[in-house]
Design a protein around this ligand. Sequence first.
Ligand code: NAD
Length: 260
Amino acid sequence: MSLKDKVALITGAASGIGADCARLMASQGAKVVIADLNLGAAQAMADEIEAAGGVAIAVGMDVTQEDAVDAGIDETVAKLGSIDVLVSNAGIQIVKPIEEYPFADWKKMLAIHLDGAFLTTRAAIRHMYASGRGGSIIYMGSVHSHEASKLKAPYVTAKHGLLGLARVVAKEGGPRGVRANVVCPGFVRTPLVDKQIPEQAAALGITEEQVVKDVMLKDTVDGEFTTVADVAQTVAFLAGFESNALTGQSIIVSHGWAMK
Ligand code: NAD
């Protein structure tokens, strides 16, 4: 169970949860690929990891674009020799009630969360099969892979959908050593969440403090946010777990919000 010299590509790794997954896996010996829409921020993250003694490259990638995904994963294999771990993590949030939800935003949400997961999976699994060594695919789900919340129709739909994709990848990939699992965090203070606190307050007609206490953390066991480190440790554990004993599963990391 080691990440030493494994090549791990993490999408959306220029910020938040993905950035901490990259930092932790690099500190455990993986060569990491910071794949992000924001190439400047991705390069800064790769530089930070290299300065700390790790190995990292930055790749500009819009996960909704087939050509960009294929090119970024080919570039990874050309530069680092393989792809052993994929963390499909890039994501955004747009909160609105269904009756106001613009169709364009619905399609954008599904494109980033579901098309992105499919396209990165397809490109990575081709190399994992060709290498004969298999690999580990980890999807960044959410408690919203199992539960619903108001204002989040496409997010909840997409995060539930990742469970289905992971289960199919687990079945198809198992005989060839490719595992697929979903990590399901509760609320983590990242730019994605900081942005939605005032938006939810406005949409629900409550204060920002009430959004945090009565919406986001209401069902946790201790009223605490999950941290990027909590999620990164779970991702690194799955990345280094080398048998099919753990595949097709989802692990909820949420201070007890949703117990499945
Ligand atoms: P974040 O906003 O901090 O980081 C998201 C990153 O994704 C950014 O660097 C952004 O540039 C990148 N990105 C956005 N669109 C992209 C695209 N089309 N192609 C490539 N990169 C793109 O967000 P975060 O909170 O770290 O979220 C990461 C993942 O974790 C998301 O899938 C999110 O749904 C999931 N998640 C977050 C929380 C939370 O509370 N923060 C909880 C559960 C799940």
